[in-house]
Design a protein. Structure first.
Lengths: 750, 173
């Protein structure tokens, strides 16, 4: 009886990616790779000034090149929506969203000022090089430190922004403290740099209808945006993103290549492909530069008595981008007196945006360097210091967590790392000629849940089709959705097709915030359960059904059959059930949302992931070279659907955190207002040789309350705190307290 | 091995006639006419629909465009197609034998040596090129010699595991 059938996958198994074969054979197609007949190619001409007006565009030479079809500028662009609201998609912060080629105004360096459209890529690129633009430059400022003079708190806050909540009497706490520290910490501008450059292929279907292959984290967000901006009927735009070559937040807002490719397609009534160049990738979204001042105070035993944190992050002149930066330390640690303040400061650049753990990767990381300083000032082991100031509840909101297994993460991480054998004094550990340092830091992120829909169709041959408009940006969405359905309905993964990345599919939010596993996962589970109910009703219609007297709760779904839980011999195959019901397929669609009760419960309890990060560095003092030789990242993130893909998410976060800590930094020539190192040779993202051993631990953290499946999400937590663990390890190795990330060779040698 | 007779004119959009070249790509001989400024990468991606080879920077800085030319790994974005007349080129699409994956492709799946998958074809071609060079046998050597291929998803430890798996199997043989 069905012994030939592959076993279903179980939630919690390390299932290999179901889309793996497509990816290792080169058959997974990304935004610029979908074949289209009679395709035109775009090439963007970028501004050479940071601020001012375009006075003339000399395009005759470019137009004379054979194969050039059109040159689009603000002078001949098609009609566009007038109201800012049309350009404000789901993720836009308050302000006036940038509109490429809208008018003669230049707001940042490398802003698009013209789009060449030609019969092939090389012709478009060559013709673009012939376009000369005259400007009337205005005074700009791209220096974040100078912008401090203009810092402010906008009246209209960004929707996701959470203001800090002060407590106690901080001034008295500092006046009476046994020990205290104060420092100002800095984080350089951090650029997403997904490997796939932002790209869009717009297929002109005729009749004001387009199909758009876009590099986005949310097909439905891009669909709405393009409909609003260009006046298409929403149902006439279909956006697809079946494969996304990384994004880390850069694909949350539709980027200008989607807008410009659509503009050209509409104007020319032709299909158009547009890919950004790598330098252009540095000119749009990025994690903002940040300055954060932290003061901490303890009693003589090392109990925190006061904390004060003030941060400023950069924004553009035209939008007020904000992050939740200063709250994390106030939430994480027991401390009776705490206050925080947050402001933003405008520079003449493009608007920053969410990048892997926005706010936390900055604020918690910088705070955790201060925590290390405080531990040393109070002469307490840095791990012990975190434990004696541990808070079981969210200390800022004064609410319990749905779960917080951070203590277990500290313990398991420390044991795996061997923290016990650490000597406290800086410069006390060596390996040959190299100084060795061990550092620890805490990480924190939100566990979020978003309204999501899914649809499932089971065919008589046992094949299951799952559909939701979610995205897989490398996170493993395809795999975990297949796995959840497989476990819920007892169907082998080989018989399950997951269809995502298509705006026509049931509603799914943008992929971000680490909420996709919890949200799309719950939608798929609910849909499969609903489908199971229909199967059960059909199974009872089978003649002399062995399940005739059973209730739905008495059966389980496994190996393509409904089986009595008490007597597995009583069973009906899905095929038999469907035949009895006269159905060739059974379909179900469900929507999950936290609802009103969920919102109330969210106010009563805090929902967070936590991590304990341990790092070992080896420092060659003569050369200033730092190597991160070991990292252990112990994560408390509720239920883990797939430890293989979840582990990869943490590894990726840790690697990006090492980049933040040691390598990644934009250098701006403030006279030109332009990033000088806008390529992958001069902006160093970690390479294989930079990465040594990384251990990932998922601690047990059952949490039926946090989200329907007990899932918290793992996309961001891996980066939070990692750079602090590295910085703290460098202090331990060298005795140098470096408060400016990234800690590059010059700072070690200073 | 199949052979296309006649030549494809791939110099559309230009006034200049294309330059005739013959490339053997994944075992298939192709007689092509290519404008002299077309890179090998753009030839593969935009004209031959071999989009498995990726463009990550177009400057030879990221390795996403790595292909094998006569068994050696190169950055195809830095090479003009016309310079490869007569060469034998293997791209990611040419590694599997029918349904059977190349051992390194299978090792990448088993080790979860990718996330978004965009750098993956370049990583795999580079890994095979590395093994052909016979220069690496330890993890440290693999890490060093695979550093021309950037993975922003940060799958490096798994990539190294995958390459080591195949290297160790090969050395047993």
């Amino acid at each position: 009886m069905n012994t030939h059938v592959n076993p279903p996958a179980r939630i919690g198994e390390p299932l290999s990616r179901v889309d793996g074969r497509l990816k290792v054979t080169g058959h997974a197609r990304y935004a610029a790779e979908h074949p289209v007949a009679d395709l035109l190619y775009g090439w963007v001409v970028s501004s050479s000034i940071a601020k001012g007006r375009i006075t003339a565009i000399h395009e005759d030479a470019a137009r004379a090149v054979a194969g050039v079809v059109e040159i689009i500028t603000h002078k001949n662009r098609p009609d566009l929506a007038k109201a800012d609201s049309a350009y404000q998609e789901q993720v836009a912060p308050p302000g006036k969203p940038f509109r490429a080629l809208y008018d003669d105004e230049v707001q940042y360096s490398l802003q698009p000022v013209a789009l060449v459209v030609a019969q092939d890529l090389e012709t478009a690129r060559y013709a673009a090089s012939l376009i000369k633009v005259d400007y009337e430059a205005a005074k700009h400022n791209t220096d974040f430190r100078i912008a401090q003079g203009e810092r402010f708190m906008p009246r209209r806050k960004r929707a996701a922004y959470q203001p800090p909540k002060n407590r106690g009497d901080v001034d008295t706490a500092f006046a009476e403290a046994a020990h205290q520290i104060a420092g100002t910490y800095h984080l350089a501008t951090h650029v997403h740099n997904p490997m796939e450059m932002h790209a869009t292929t717009v297929v002109w279907e005729g009749d004001e209808r387009i199909t758009v292959y876009d590099k986005t984290q949310g097909s439905q967000n891009t669909q709405t945006y393009l409909a609003n901006v260009f006046g298409f009927k929403k149902e006439n735009i279909r956006v697809l993103n079946p494969f996304v070559g990384g994004a880390f937040g850069s694909g949350l807002r539709p980027q200008y290549q989607a807008y410009l490719a659509t503009m050209a397609a509409k104007m020319l009534e032709r299909s158009v492909r547009l890919v950004m160049t790598r330098p252009q990738m540095f000119s749009h979204v990025h994690r903002p530069e940040a300055l954060q001042a932290v003061s901490l105070a303890t009693d003589s035993q090392g109990h925190l008595t006061g904390m004060r944190t003030e941060a400023t992050t950069a924004t553009s002149r035209f939008e007020n981008y904000m992050e939740t930066v200063v709250n994390w330390g106030l939430m994480a640690y027991a401390c009776p007196n705490a206050e925080a303040d947050y402001t933003i400061a405008p520079v003449d650049s493009y608007t920053p945006g969410d990048m892997r753990a926005p706010g936390a990767a900055t604020g918690m990381t910088l705070f955790e360097i201060a925590m290390d300083e405080m531990a040393y000032e109070a002469n307490v082991d840095p791990l012990e210091f975190r434990l004696i100031n541990y808070s079981e509840k969210d200390a800022m909101h004064d609410t319990p967590y749905t779960s917080k297994a951070l203590k277990e993460a500290y313990a398991e991480g420390a044991a795996k790392f061997g923290w016990d054998s650490r000597s406290m004094a800086p410069r006390s550990m060596r390996d040959g000629s190299e100084l060795v340092g061990w550092g620890v830091a805490t990480g924190m992120w939100d566990a979020m849940f978003q309204k999501t829909s899914a649809r499932a169709r089971l065919s008589a041959n046992g094949d299951l089709l799952l559909e939701t408009a979610a995205s897989d940006i490398g996170t493993g969405t395809y795999t975990i959705l297949a796995q959840i359905a497989s476990d819920t309905l007892g169907i082998p993964v080989e018989q399950i097709s997951v269809k995502i990345g298509d705006s026509d599919l049931p509603m799914s939010p943008i992929e971000g915030g680490s909420w996709t596993a919890a949200s799309a996962g719950a939608a798929v589970e609910a849909t499969c359960q609903s489908l199971g109910k229909k199967l059960f009703e059909a199974a009872q219609k089978v003649k002399n059904s062995p399940l005739a007297d059973a209730k739905i709760d008495d059966v389980r779904f496994d190996y393509g059959r409904l089986l009595s839980k008490t007597d597995p011999d009583k069973s009906v195959s899905y095929g038999e059930a469907m035949a009895a019901a006269g159905e060739v397929s059974i379909e179900a669609e469900e929507t999950v949302s936290s609802g009103i009760s969920g919102m109330i419960s969210q106010m009563r309890k805090s929902r967070n992931t936590h991590s304990a990060v341990f790092a070992e560095v080896k420092v060659d003092e003569e050369l200033g070279v730092v190597r991160v030789t070991r990292v252990v990242c112990a994560v408390a993130a509720g239920r883990i659907i797939n430890p293989k893909t979840a582990r990869s998410q943490i590894l990726g976060g840790v690697v990006m955190g090492i980049g933040m800590g040691l390598h990644e930094e934009t250098f701006v020539d403030h006279r030109l207002g332009r990033i000088m190192n806008h390529d992958l040779a001069e902006y160093h993202v970690p390479a294989n040789a930079d990465i040594h051993d990384i251990e990932v631990i998922f601690v047990d953290e059952p949490d039926p309350e946090v989200t329907p499946m007990g899932v918290k999400g793992v996309g961001e937590i891996g980066i939070v705190g990692t750079a602090a663990a590295v910085a703290n390890a460098i202090f331990h190795a060298t005795g140098k307290r470096l408060r400016d990330l990234p800690i590059t060779i010059d700072k070690i040698l200073e | 091995m199949d052979h296309i007779t006649g030549s494809q004119d791939l110099s559309a959009g230009t006034d200049l006639p294309g330059i005739p070249i013959t490339l053997t790509i994944n075992g298939r001989v192709r007689e092509l006419s290519v404008a002299p400024w077309v890179t090998l990468l753009d030839l593969l991606r935009e004209r031959l629909d071999l989009t498995g080879t990726k463009k990550g920077c177009d400057h030879g800085q990221c390795g996403a465009c790595t292909v094998l030319v006569d068994g050696k790994r190169i950055n195809s974005c830095l090479k003009l197609a016309v310079a490869y007349d007569g060469a034998e080129i293997t791209t990611i699409e040419g590694l599997a034998q029918g349904e059977a994956l190349h051992p390194l492709q299978q090792a990448f799946i088993d080790r979860d040596a990718f996330q978004c998958g965009y750098c993956t074809p370049g990583q795999i071609c580079s890994g095979i090129g590395l093994m052909n060079e016979g220069r690496a046998s330890t993890r440290d050597e693999v890490r060093e010699l695979m550093s021309g291929n950037i993975c922003r998803c940060g799958a490096y430890t798994n990539i190294t595991d995958a390459v080591m798996d195949v290297l160790e199997k090969e050395s047993v043989k």
